[in-house]
Write a protein of this length. Sequence first.
Length: 133
Amino acid sequence: MLIESTPAVANAPIQEVFSFLRDVSNLYYLLPLDKIKDWEASTEHCSFKVQGGIIIPMEYLSDNNPSQLVLKSGVKSPFPFTLTVNLHEDGQLTKGNLIFDAKVSKMIQLIAEKPLRNLFDTMALKLTQRFAQ
């Protein structure tokens, strides 16, 4: 299952946006807080529970500073996935998007695709809002 978020536009230099995202604990500010609970995080990993009781653990995998950051599913993830954040500078702005790539059955895809698409679109929107000043 491949999900690409709507584009995000941050009113900040690319290095500032990258540094914010490189600290995995900052993902908290991009999540729909009314739909998650049991948040735990460090600079290298995070874990939270979504509606339905599914635990989503993520950990830092790699980066191509400052244009790309890749997170991967953690040990207790219900399925393997990567979450790639692509960034590029456009004048004074930083533009980017999130790409979620998961190995799931067709049944899980039917159930999870719409909520996950909404999650990643929300994250992109909140990233735009975070740097809107």
